[in-house]
Design a protein around this ligand. Structure first.
Ligand SMILES: NC(=O)c1ccc[n+]([C@@H]2O[C@H](COP(=O)([O-])OP(=O)(O)OC[C@H]3O[C@@H](n4cnc5c(N)ncnc54)[C@H](OP(=O)(O)O)[C@@H]3O)[C@@H](O)[C@H]2O)c1
Length: 321
């Protein structure tokens, strides 16, 4: 596994991170524990979790997995939004809603059950510490390595009250570093306002290219370590698969000149794109299937390629010939 220096934590971390979004919901505890162990054995030491992940089960599952391993991992926790309790009926309907959203990604916004995050009101600055304490109890630890602020507004990122609350948490040792997760505008505002936010987490598929825009926008100052996600989720995988299959094999033939071919052409292309576009940061993936874990860890062990992002953008995103 390739490692990268994370200055905010003063240590090296694996360039592939394990996203716990499905632990306890789509993925059972037993399958999740097997996946966590398989990734950890292959060198993954960054674990990303949030109170709402796995319909509220992921923190406890990860906490149980981390017994005896806590000091060998980076625990990254995203908080900052009020939790919405899920009724038993909604809990039953969510897998179906998620399946529909995966089949018809263009209608994702029509299924509120699949996207509770944006519906949840933000926590006030003085509520963050109490929310963190509840998460620490579920995670069975006394600190997280990274406290990630969940989708704050640019105003939240520069607010005195928020910065004081976060510094208090750092001073008390409840977190080692603080991050912003969310929109590029909030990340840029946070980076300009303070040296507090040493890590930035955001979605970055070939169709967004957010890392490039952020690198340009933050140029000059100390750039936060990037933690990116979204390489397979949200319909990206299927969209690339469709594009590659829709031109009579011309794109696949071009990709083969770079060494990509069946059976994992799209998977490897997207992974290499993600690592190339974030070469000194962490790429998060949810992964419960052992084939996915092995593939992701294998690609995370290679040095980042500089030919794959231009190829993906030119031929797949822009559709140029
Ligand atoms: N605002 C935020 O900060 C934020 C937002 C969203 C997500 N996240 C974090 O990022 C993580 C990843 O989320 P995401 O949106 O990128 O992905 P995702 O929606 O969690 O989807 C990943 C999907 O891709 C599959 N997959 C994994 N490796 C693959 C491979 N090599 N080839 C094909 N499919 C593969 C997984 O399947 P299997 O499980 O079957 O292996 C999973 O179903 C989350 O778990 C969460 O920790 C953070």
């Amino acid at each position: 596994m390739r490692t990268v220096e994370c200055p905010g934590l003063g240590r090296k971390v694996s360039t592939l991170g394990f996203g716990c979004a499905s632990l306890g919901s789509r993925v059972s505890e037993a399958q999740g524990r097997r996946a966590l162990a398989a990734a950890f054995e292959r060198g993954v030491d960054w674990f990303d979790v949030a109170p709402e992940y796995g319909d509220g089960e992921a923190e406890a599952i990860l906490g149980r997995f981390l017994i005896g391993r806590r000091d060998r991992v980076v625990l990254s926790l995203k908080i900052g939004r009020r939790l919405v309790s899920i009724s038993p009926a909604a809990r039953l309907l969510r897998p179906l809603a998620r399946r529909l959203a995966r089949l018809f990604p263009e209608f994702l916004g029509e299924f509120p059950l699949t996207r509770t995050a944006s519906l949840r009101p933000p926590l006030e600055a003085d509520e963050i510490e109490a929310s963190l304490a509840e998460s620490l109890a579920r995670l069975r630890t006394d600190h997280v390595d990274v406290l990630v602020l969940d989708d704050p507004s640019p105003e939240d990122c520069v607010s005195d009250a928020m910065q004081k609350a976060l510094r208090r948490i750092l001073d008390k040792g409840y977190a080692r570093a603080v991050a912003i997760s969310g929109a590029p505008e909030a990340i840029v505002a946070g980076a300009a306002a303070s040296d507090l936010f040493q890590i930035a987490q955001f979605r970055d598929s070939p169709f967004e290219q957010a890392a490039d825009r952020l690198r340009a926008a933050i140029a000059g100052g100390a750039r936060p370590t990037f933690v990116t996600h979204g390489i397979f989720g949200g319909g990206v995988f299927d969209r690339v698969l469709r594009l590659l299959g829709s031109d009579g094999g011309r794109l696949a033939a071009l990709a083969s000149q770079l060494g990509y071919g069946p059976p994992y052409l799209v998977n490897e292309l997207l992974l290499d794109y993600a690592f190339a576009n974030n070469p000194d940061g962490v790429v998060l993936a949810s992964m419960s299937n052992l084939t996915h874990i092995e593939l992701n860890c294998a690609r995370a062990s290679n040095p980042p390629r500089d030919d794959v992002a231009p190829f993906v953008v030119k031929y797949i995103v822009e559709g140029r010939s």
